[in-house]
Each structure stands twice: as C-alpha cells, then as structure tokens.
Write a protein that binds this ligand. Structure first.
Ligand SMILES: Cc1cc2nc3c(=O)[nH]c(=O)nc-3n(C[C@H](O)[C@H](O)[C@H](O)COP(=O)(O)OP(=O)(O)OC[C@H]3O[C@@H](n4cnc5c(N)ncnc54)[C@H](O)[C@@H]3O)c2cc1C
Length: 462
C-alpha cells in the first residue's frame, strides 16, 4: 500500500493508539485518530484522587503482554505500580483460603486433591491436542486452523491445521468437562468471571483461553503481575504524546460514507476525506446506552454483510464503583468472593480492589456483572445497591461513592455464531469497503490482545 495512504482510525483506546504506533513504525505517517471523549485510553481510565490515581478500568498486565511492552519501549516507560495481592472471602464475609491443602479444607472440598492432576493434564492438552489455541485473534479456529502470532517473546507467526481447535467454540464449562478437567474452572474463574468476562456456561472457550493461555493464567495464580503507578491510562497517554499525530479529542463522528474508493467522515460538522478507515470503536451495541455510545453500523453507511454479522455481537454489563470507607472499615487487602462468581449470584460483588497498601484514605473499587445470556438483565440501580449491601456483609461498608460507571465491556459472539465461522466471515471482509475492523471483539477485551491485534492488522494489510 502507498505509504501516503490517508488512514482514519476511530477510537483513542489501546487498539486505536497502538494501530497509530505500528503504522508509524511501518512508515505510514498520514493517519488521524478520532476520539469521541476528552481523554485517551478508553477503558483504561485512571482518575486522580488525593494525589494519586486509581483505576476505574484496566488494572494489570502480565509478563506476556508483549504488545504493551512494545508501547512501553516506544515511550520509554515501564510498569512501576504498586504490587498486587489479594485474599479470599466467602459470601458471608468470612476470610477463607480456598486452595490451602489443610485437613479441614480437604474434608470440606475433596476436589482439592484432584485439582493439581487436572491442572497438569490441562496444560498438556493445550500444548498437544489444542496446539495453536493461543495465537492472537480467532482466524481459522472454527475451521480447525490456527494462523497468527505465538505468545512467545519472539512472537513468531505460526500457521497450521488442527481440527481439535473447533472445540474452542464450546462454552468453557462444556469444553473442560469434555476434556475431563472440570476442576480447572476453579482456577480460571478468578481472573475471568470476576474481571467481567462472563460465565463459563455461556462464553466460548476460545475467548477464555486466548486471554488466559496457560502461561498467563499461571502468572495470575502466582500474582506475577504488572501495574502502573499512574494507572493504565498513563500508558496510553504516554503513547498518545509520543505519536506524530496525537488523537483528536472530542471528535463527534456524525456520518461515514464509503464511495468511489474513498472514505468520507463527517466529524464535528466537517467532512474529511480518507482512503482507508480502521474502526476500533464498538461495531454493534444491541441496546440504547446512557453514555451515548453507538455501534458503527449506526453512523456508517453499513452494508448488508456488516449489519448481518455485527448484529450477532453482545457485550457484558460490567459495573465499577469507586468508594471511600471510614478508616477502621478500610479493607486490609483486595478480596475475591468466589461464591459470587456464579450466574445464580448475578449482580453481587465479585471482587474489590485496594490499590494503595500504604494509604487508607484512598479509593477502593468494586466489580459486578448484571447480565447472563439466559436471564433477565439486573437494572443498574438494583445492582449498585446489591454491591453496597455486600460491602456491609464483607465488613467494609462504603462511606461515600466517588465515581461509578457501567461499561460497554467485552464484546463477543456466542457458541453458535462462533462455530458457524463468524470470525472467518468478518476477517474475509477486512478491507472490503476500505474498512478494517479492530479492537476488542476481533481478539479479546484486554489491553494486550487488542494492541497485538492492531499490530497484526497493520502487518497483514499495510
Ligand atoms: C473495569 C475494567 C477492568 C479491566 N481490567 C483490565 C486489566 O486488568 N488488564 C487488561 O489488560 N485489560 C483490562 N480491561 C480491558 C481493557 O481496558 C480493554 O480491553 C481495552 O481498553 C480495549 O481497548 P480498545 O481500544 O479496543 O477499546 P476501548 O478501550 O474501549 O477504547 C475505544 C475508544 O474508542 C472511543 N470511541 C467509541 N466510540 C467512538 C466514536 N463513535 N468515535 C470516536 N471514538 C469512539 C472510546 O471513547 C474509547 O476511547 C479492563 C476494563 C475495564 C472496564
């Protein structure tokens, strides 16, 4: 492609900004990033409180976040944040040690003895039967192929046939049961469901395992994690500052028309002309959202295939509240509440996060899901109250809520559409209308998978 190609990128989150970085590194400097909000970072949002920053969105990374590392190197920054640690409580607020192999625990939870064996077996299965399961993106999976970058320091491109990969379309619960390793769900659930990515009986195994490949999951288990002192938003603010063309904030896109090999974008009342467009903003939002976000099909001259495919996308209703406590009610550490990570406990507090160990006049954040594929969505206010009540039960009641949001989170498709080749159909459309699709739904809703997808998109098409 001509290096002077005029490229419009929609969205100044990790996917859009890293697309800018990778384009620039490949010699494409004629790009424009349009961001609707007055800040960059998207779901990496780290507001200030009392001299520090807390996390309303993304919190952590792991040592296999190679694309995030690319960004760190590009900007000369590193992961310099507070060390993470956590304990566990049951639904009644009692501190527990669910994985300790004490006599009492083993009598209560006889499965503990079998767990290690299943974990080893699972690791072996992923390496052999499911070889290629962890490459970035979903191209080929439904057809029993893998094609993408490996999760290794060199990130070499690998490609091959593996019919077993078709199993990844199954909900993770079914996938584990079919492979005789149901107990591994008890390990994967912590960094999956409580992080807002849905329940194992509804979410295809592909999403679970591309994010939590074996190595990444073990990093969570061993708390071998990265954070950033000034928050994850800082990574993307830094990247924005280091780009030749920082994102244009407060850009309201009214219309996008693609005709005669050009892309016409009406932004803040003016029509701008481009050759190509990369969409990292939501492709489809099935309901009306209070924050005014819309799917691209609503402001683009969407074509039939775009409408048909993107209407299959659903997303998680994931709510975050930031609160202050009285000093004597401040939690001594972050807590996971495993009892609340099942669909029967929809809307309840699953995890709460104490970021600053050395300061008790800082913010604590809570996380809850309020939608499951097979049940009624819990209204926002109701869920908010449930979480507040749970904090009382946990012994850490909120004195004041200082921030809250309900996020457009983890767009994905379900088993039937995944198995029917949704990803291959969308991948075949890349570039068709001078339009490229990137961001969370194309890979997975975390910082690294989205940035890595942008890297591959730039490599493949530009
Ligand atoms: C509570 C929470 C916890 C999380 N924890 C982690 C974590 O610990 N680790 C991790 O790796 N990830 C985590 N994530 C996920 C991570 O933040 C996202 O996966 C990542 O930010 C996705 O990047 P993106 O660029 O694809 O999308 P986004 O971050 O959503 O960015 C999209 C951008 O597009 C903009 N936009 C939308 N519509 C338009 C439009 N019409 N015109 C112009 N701009 C538009 C948005 O304003 C936004 O800035 C978390 C997220 C949340 C909310």
């Amino acid at each position: 492609m001509d290096k002077n190609t005029r490229i419009c990128i929609i969205g100044g989150g990790p996917a859009g900004l890293s697309a800018g970085m990778y384009l620039e590194q490949k010699g494409y400097e004629n790009y424009t990033i349009l961001e609707r909000q007055d800040r960059v970072g998207g779901k990496c949002w780290s507001p200030h409180y009392n001299g520090r920053r807390y996390e309303m969105g993304a919190i952590m990374g792991v040592p296999s976040y190679y694309a995030v590392e690319d960004v760190e190197k590009f900007c000369g920054i590193t992961h310099d944040g507070p060390k993470l640690n956590r304990n566990y409580k049951d639904g009644s607020g009692k501190v527990i040690e669910p994985f300790a192999r004490t006599l009492g625990n083993i009598i209560r939870n006889p499965w503990l003895l079998k767990m290690k064996g299943q974990l080893t077996k699972f690791g072996e299965l992923l390496e052999t039967k499911y070889k290629g399961y962890d490459v970035n993106g979903h191209r080929g999976v439904a057809e029993g192929r893998y094609d993408g970058y490996a999760v290794t320091p060199g990130r070499e491109k690998i490609e091959g046939e593996n019919p077993n990969l078709k199993d990844l379309a199954l909900p993770f619960k079914q996938f584990c049961e079919m492979n005789g390793v149901p107990l591994v769900q008890k390990i994967w659930i912590g960094p999956f469901t409580s992080f807002g990515y849905g329940y194992f009986d509804e979410i295809p195994a592909a999403y679970v395992l591309k994010y939590l490949d074996f190595q990444t999951c073990m990093n969570f288990v061993k708390v071998n994690l990265w954070t950033w002192k000034d928050g994850t938003q800082y990574i993307w603010e830094q990247l924005n500052d280091h780009l030749k063309h920082p994102a244009r904030l407060n850009s309201t896109i009214e219309k996008v028309e693609r005709k005669d090999g050009k892309v016409f974008v009406t932004v803040n009342g003016e029509v701008e002309e481009y050759d190509k467009i990369i969409v990292t903003a939501p492709l489809y939002i099935p309901n009306k959202r209070a924050d005014g976000q819309k799917g691209m099909v609503e402001y683009f001259d969407a074509r039939e295939d775009e409408l048909e495919l993107f209407s299959k996308i659903d997303y998680e209703r994931y709510d975050v509240q930031a609160f202050l406590t009285d000093p004597d009610k401040h939690p001594e550490i972050s807590y996971y509440v495993f009892d609340n990570m099942v669909p029967e406990k929809l809307g309840h507090l699953m995890v709460y996060y104490r970021r600053w160990k050395d300061q008790i006049d800082q913010v604590i954040t809570t996380y809850a899901l309020r939608k499951h594929k097979n049940s009624e969505e819990i209204p926002y206010e109701e869920c908010r109250q449930m979480v507040q009540d749970d904090l009382v039960t946990m012994g850490n009641p909120a004195k004041e809520i200082i921030n809250e949001w309900s996020v457009y989170y983890f767009p994905h498709v379900f088993t039937e559409d995944y198995a029917a080749g949704w990803y291959d159909k969308v991948e075949a459309m890349q570039g068709k209308y001078d339009t490229f699709y990137a961001g969370e739904v194309m890979s997975f809703g975390d910082m690294d998978e989205t940035a890595e997808y942008s890297r591959e998109l730039v490599d493949r098409f530009f």
